[in-house]
Design a protein around this ligand. Structure first.
Ligand code: B3K
Ligand code: ZN
Length: 875
C-alpha cells in the first residue's frame, strides 16, 4: 500500500448527510442495500465521487433511484467511482458479502459456529468499506437509519446503533428491526449484531434526567458473568458526569460480548462490542486482574462516547486525539475509584515496557504520525499510552479546574464534528488564556527524552539548586530533536522524609510542599531558598512526564524516599531505581553490591512489616521490572545474561527477606475467599508476591504452593500457585495442569490463562510445550485470544525461551506469523512487532532474527498489514 501523508490532508470533496441501510442477514450471503445522500463541496466541483469499497460483490449502482449501466461507473478492488456526478444526489448500491468467510474480523463477520454463532461488525479503522461502498473516512459524518432483516429463529436478536425505531414479522419466518441514530457519526462507529444471545438489563438515570436502558448481551454460558461489567458501566456513567460533566445521550446503551475479536473492545455509538476477556468476570472464572481490566475497559469504551464519538478525529493521524484522551480518562476513572498510586505504577510499567521500547526501535513514530500505509498498525503504545501521558502533563500544568474548563470548551466547540490535535490544544489554551502551541512538539516528535536531575545544596546561603537537563536521542526517521515542555513535580524531603515548605528564589513564599517546575529549554536551574540542610529531592512525583529520569542521587536518599515519600508513586519509583542498580551490578560484575543490597532489603522489609502500607503497593515493590524493561538502553543484549542477573537479584532479595515474606504469607492466608473487594484483592496480590518470592529463595516452600493450589477458592490464588509450580518444575505438575484443564474444560477464557501459564515458564524448554499446545483441542489459530494467550505470551513474556540461543523461538514465531497472516492479518502484524528490537541484541541473535524477518518479507501474498511491519522493522 502506498503511504498516506498528514501534510496531504484535503477536506472531503463529497460529504454524506444521511445513510439508509437495509441489510438482509445470512452468514453465507448477506445483501446490503444502501442509499447515501451525498453532497459535493462547491469549492471542489471538479472532483469525482469515489466511494471506498473492498471485498464486496457489487450487484447494482443507482443515482436518484435510476439504475446505472455498467459504463456509468468504475469499480476497482478498492473503489467505486461515479464520474460526472455534481451537487446533491442519492447514490444507491446493492452488494453481497459472505460474513462466514471473513476471518480477518474486519467488516461483517461470524463469531462462533456457522449454525449457532452470531453476526457482528468491526469497522474501525477501515472496515465499513467491507460492508457497503461509502466514503470511509472519519471526517465524513452522517445520520444513519438501519433496517435489519433475518431469520427469526436463527437470529432473534437484531441490533444496530442508536434508538430502536420499529420491528415486525416478515414472510418465511423472517423478521425485521429498524434503528435510528440521531447523532451524526463517521462510518468507523457503525455496528450491527444479529444472533441468539441472552441479556441482562438495568437502568441509569442521567444527571439530565434521561432514563437509559442498559443491556449487556452474551452467549448462554457467559451471561451469568456479566454482572460486574454492568456495575462498572453504571460507575463509569456517574463518574463521567461528576468529574467531567459528560452525560449519556441515547435511550439505550448496549454491550455485546464476543470471543472472536482482534482487540479489547470497540466504542461503536450506543452499541459497544467487547472481547469477552474484558467483559466477563466472576470469582471462579476471573482473576483480580480481570476484574480491574473489566472496570478499565468498560470505562474506556463508555468514555469514548464523548472523547471519540461526539467529538471525533478529522483523520487517522489524529488517532491519539481520541485514544490518548480516552486512556487518560480511563486512568483517572480507576485512580478515583480504586487506587491512584497503583494505577500509576501499572501504567508506568506498561509505558516503559511497551512504549519506550517502541520509541527506541525501528517502529518509532510520533504520537501524531506524519505518514502511514496501514493505519491499523498505528493502534500502538505510542498513540495510546504516550498520548495519554501528554494529556496528563497538560492536566498537571493546567491544574484540575483549568483542565476541566479546557475540556468543556473542547467538547462544546467541536461537538458533532471531527477535530485535530491543534483544536484540542487551542481549546485547552483558550479556556485558560494560555498559548499551548509549544505542546504540539510532544505530538510531532518521536523518542523518549532523557531527563537529568542533579541538585546542589549550599549550606552557607541556605539554598538548594536543582538543575534539570533534557535531551531526546535521535529516532528512526527523525534525526533532529528539539526541547519539549517538561513538567517536573518536585518536593524536597528532610532526612525523615517530611516534605519541606518550598520557596523558589524570586517568588513570594507559599505554604506549598510540592510544586511543578516547567522545563522548557535544554537545561534550567531552579533555586529554592531557606533550605537549611541538604534535602532529598523527590523529583518527577507521580511520574509527571514520560521521560527516562537519570537522577544524581545516592542509595541512602533513595531509601528515604522508599520508606517515607508522601508520593506513593515515588516510593515505588525509589525501590524500582534501587532494584535497577542492583540488576546493573549483577549484570556487570556477576553479583550485586552487598551494601546496596542491604539498603534495598531494609526498604522492602520496612514495607512488608508496616501495616500502614497498602499490601498491593508492597507487592509492587517486591515485583522486579521484567527483563525487557531492565534491558532498556542496553546494546548487544544477551537475554540469557539478563535473565541470570535478574534472577540473581530476585533470589538475593528473597533469601534476605525470607522471614518477613513467610510471616506475611501466613498472616494473609485464609479469610478472603471469593471476596473481590479492593482490600481482598490487595491482600491476595501481596500474598501471591510473597509466595513467588519464597519459592525462588528455597525450593522447600513449593509445598506452600501445593497447599494453596489445593485449597484455593478463587481463580487468582489457584493460578498464582499453579504458575509457581510450573516455574519450579515441581513434581507432579503435569497432572495438576491436566486437572486444571479438566476443571475449566469449555471455558475459553480460563483455558487461555492456562495456555499463558505454560507459555511463560522462564525456561528454554517452554518452547516445546508451546508447540505441543498449538495442537490442543482448545487452541484455534483463527481465534485472536488463543493466539495472544499462547504465542503472544511466549514472545512477550518469556524472553528467556523466545530468545533461545539456537533461534528455535524465532523460527516458531515466524512460522506462526505466516500461518496467521493468511487468516487474520492484523493479528499477524501485531505478533511481528516482537521482532522490533532485533538490532539491540548480540550479533548471533540479531542475525537469527533478521533471517526470520527476511524470510517473512520474501514470501508471496503477504498481507499489507504484515508487509508494513516487517518492511519498517528491516528498514
Ligand atoms: N477504538 C478501538 C480500537 C480499534 C482498533 C482498530 N484496529 C478500541 C479502543 O481503543 O477503544
Ligand atoms: Zn480507545
Amino acid at each position: 500500500k502506498p503511504p498516506v501523508f498528514l501534510r496531504d490532508y484535503c477536506a472531503p470533496a463529497w460529504r454524506i448527510r444521511e445513510i439508509e441501510l437495509e441489510i438482509d442477514l445470512d452468514p453465507a450471503a448477506t445483501l446490503v442495500v444502501s442509499r447515501l445522500a451525498v453532497e459535493q463541496d462547491p469549492a471542489q466541483a471538479d472532483v469525482e465521487l469515489v466511494l471506498d469499497a473492498e471485498h464486496l460483490e457489487l450487484l447494482e449502482v443507482s443515482i436518484d433511484a435510476r439504475v446505472l449501466g455498467a459504463d456509468e461507473y468504475r469499480a476497482s478492488a478498492q473503489t467505486l467511482t461515479i464520474p460526472g456526478l455534481r451537487g446533491r444526489s442519492v447514490v444507491g448500491t446493492r452488494v453481497r458479502i459472505a460474513p462466514e468467510k471473513n476471518t480477518a474480523l474486519q467488516g461483517l463477520y461470524l463469531s462462533g459456529s456457522r449454525d449457532a454463532g452470531f453476526l457482528l461488525t468491526q469497522c474501525e479503522a477501515e472496515g465499513f468499506r467491507r460492508i457497503t461502498p461509502s466514503i470511509d473516512r472519519p471526517d465524513v459524518l452522517a445520520r444513519y437509519t438501519v433496517t435489519l432483516r433475518a431469520d427469526r429463529a436463527r437470529f432473534p436478536l437484531l441490533l444496530a446503533n442508536g434508538n430502536a425505531d420499529g420491528a415486525g414479522e416478515l414472510d418465511g419466518g423472517r423478521h425485521w428491526a429498524r434503528f435510528v441514530d440521531p447523532y451524526p457519526k463517521p462510518s468507523y462507529l457503525f455496528a450491527l449484531v444479529a444472533g441468539n444471545l441472552e441479556h441482562i438489563e438495568d437502568e441509569f438515570v442521567t444527571a439530565e434526567g434521561r432514563r437509559v436502558r442498559l443491556v449487556i448481551h452474551a452467549e448462554t454460558d457467559a451471561i451469568g458473568h456479566c454482572g460486574w461489567a454492568m456495575q462498572c458501566l453504571k460507575m463509569a456513567m456517574r463518574w463521567d458526569e461528576q468529574r467531567f460533566g459528560r452525560c449519556y445521550d441515547l435511550d439505550v446503551f448496549h454491550i455485546v460480548a464476543t470471543h472472536d475479536f482482534t482487540m479489547g473492545a470497540m466504542e461503536n455509538k450506543g452499541l459497544n462490542i467487547f472481547n469477552a476477556k474484558y467483559l466477563l468476570a466472576d470469582p471462579e472464572h476471573a482473576t483480580d486482574d480481570d476484574y480491574r481490566h473489566v472496570l478499565a475497559v468498560v470505562g474506556h469504551e463508555y468514555f469514548h462516547n464523548w472523547s471519540g464519538n461526539r467529538v471525533t478525529c478529522r483523520d487517522w493521524f489524529q488517532l491519539s486525539l481520541k485514544e490518548g484522551l480516552t486512556v487518560y480518562r480511563e486512568q483517572e476513572f480507576e485512580a478515583d475509584l480504586a487506587s491512584r498510586t497503583l494505577r500509576r505504577i501499572e501504567d508506568v510499567r506498561v509505558l516503559w515496557r511497551a512504549q519506550f521500547a517502541e520509541d527506541a526501535g525501528p517502529l518509532a513514530h510520533p504520537v501524531r504520525p506524519d505518514r502511514y500505509s496501514e493505519i491499523n498498525n498505528f493502534y500502538t503504545a505510542t498513540v495510546y499510552e504516550k498520548g495519554a501521558e501528554i494529556v496528563r502533563m497538560l492536566g498537571v500544568v493546567l491544574g484540575a479546574k483549568g483542565f476541566r474548563r479546557g475540556l468543556d470548551l473542547y467538547f462544546e466547540r467541536h461537538d458533532g464534528s471531527a477535530a485535530t490535535v491543534e483544536d484540542f490544544l487551542a481549546a485547552l489554551g483558550d479556556a485558560n488564556a494560555l498559548d499551548l502551541s509549544a505542546w504540539l512538539a510532544w505530538y510531532a516528535q518521536s523518542g523518549t527524552p532523557d531527563l537529568r536531575a542533579s541538585g546542589r545544596h549550599d549550606a552557607q546561603r541556605r539554598c538548594y539548586e536543582l538543575t534539570l537537563t533534557q535531551r531526546t536521542p535521535r529516532t528512526s526517521g527523525q534525526p533532529r530533536k528539539q526541547a519539549l515542555p517538561v513538567p517536573v513535580a518536585v518536593a524536597l524531603l528532610d532526612a525523615d522524609g517530611r516534605p519541606l515548605r518550598l520557596h523558589l528564589d524570586g517568588e513570594p513564599a507559599t505554604a506549598a510542599h510540592e510544586r511543578v517546575l516547567l522545563l522548557t529549554s535544554d537545561s534550567a536551574t531552579f533555586r529554592f531558598i531557606d533550605v537549611a540542610r541538604p534535602p532529598v529531592a523527590s523529583v518527577l512525583r507521580g511520574y509527571s512526564a514520560p521521560v527516562r529520569l537519570e537522577q544524581a542521587i545516592d542509595a541512602a536518599a533513595l531509601a528515604v524516599q522508599a520508606r517515607h515519600d508522601s508520593d506513593g508513586f515515588n516510593r515505588w519509583f525509589a525501590t524500582d531505581t534501587l532494584a535497577r542498580r542492583l540488576f546493573a551490578q549483577a549484570l556487570a560484575s556477576g553479583e550485586p553490591d552487598p551494601a546496596l543490597l542491604a539498603t534495598h532489603v531494609r526498604c522492602l522489609d520496612g514495607a512488608l512489616r508496616d501495616p500502614a502500607v497498602d499490601p498491593a503497593l508492597a507487592a509492587e515493590m517486591l515485583t522486579l521490572a521484567d527483563a525487557g524493561s531492565l534491558a532498556d538502553g542496553l546494546a548487544d543484549i544477551d537475554p540469557e545474561a539478563v535473565h541470570q542477573a535478574r534472577a540473581q537479584v530476585e533470589r538475593a532479595l528473597a533469601i534476605a527477606l525470607a522471614e518477613p515474606l513467610l510471616a506475611r504469607y501466613h498472616e494473609l492466608s485464609g479469610s478472603d475467599g471469593t471476596a473481590v473487594d479492593l482490600a481482598a484483592q490487595a491482600r491476595r496480590r501481596l500474598r501471591n508476591a510473597c509466595l513467588a518470592a519464597l519459592c525462588r529463595a528455597d525450593p522447600r516452600h513449593v509445598d506452600l504452593a501445593r497447599t494453596q493450589r489445593a485449597q484455593a477458592c478463587n481463580l487468582t490464588d489457584r493460578l498464582a500457585a499453579l504458575s509457581v509450580l510450573v516455574n519450579a518444575r515441581a513434581d507432579g505438575v503435569d497432572p495438576m495442569l491436566d486437572a486444571f484443564a479438566q476443571r475449566y474444560a469449555g471455558d475459553a477464557l480460563v483455558l487461555d490463562k492456562w495456555f499463558s501459564v505454560q507459555a511463560t515458564e522462564a525456561d528454554p524448554r517452554a518452547l516445546a510445550r508451546v508447540e505441543a499446545l498449538t495442537a490442543h483441542a482448545a487452541f484455534r489459530w483463527t481465534n485472536p485470544n488463543n493466539v495472544y494467550a499462547l504465542i503472544g505470551a511466549f514472545t512477550l513474556r518469556n524472553p528467556r525461551a523466545f530468545h533461545r540461543a539456537d533461534g528455535a523461538g524465532y523460527r516458531f514465531l515466524a512460522q506462526a506469523i505466516t500461518r496467521i497472516d493468511s487468516v487474520t492479518p492484523q493479528v499477524a502484524a501485531r505478533l511481528a512487532t516482537s521482532f522490533g528490537a532485533w538490532r539491540k541484541y548480540e550479533p548471533v541473535r540479531r542475525a537469527l532474527m533478521r533471517h526470520e524477518l527476511e524470510g517473512i518479507a520474501a514470501r508471496n501474498g503477504l498481507s499489507p498489514d504484515l508487509g508494513d511491519i516487517v518492511g519498517r522493522t528491516l528498514a
